[in-house]
Design a protein around this ligand. Structure first.
Ligand SMILES: [Zn+2]
Length: 65
């Protein structure tokens, strides 16, 4: 037996749904636009998550009169 078409399947990285890897699937490797947007959202969140160390400067009030 030989299959003419090689149907590649993979799991959507977001929801785990089986996705057929084909040129018709414009959202690959995701199953849908939604999952792709979710992934992009996570990416953006990761991007904007800048470690900010809130170290308040020592308040050295000038003791002048
Ligand atoms: Zn999905």
């Amino acid at each position: 037996m030989s299959t003419a078409k090689d149907v590649r399947k993979l799991a959507c990285p977001i929801c785990g749904k089986a996705v057929i890897w084909s040129t018709e699937n414009r959202w690959r490797p995701f199953c849908s636009e939604r999952c792709k947007l979710i992934d992009l959202g996570q990416w953006a969140t990761e991007k904007y998550r800048v470690p900010v160390s809130k170290t308040e400067p020592e308040q050295s009030l000038p003791d002048e009169q």
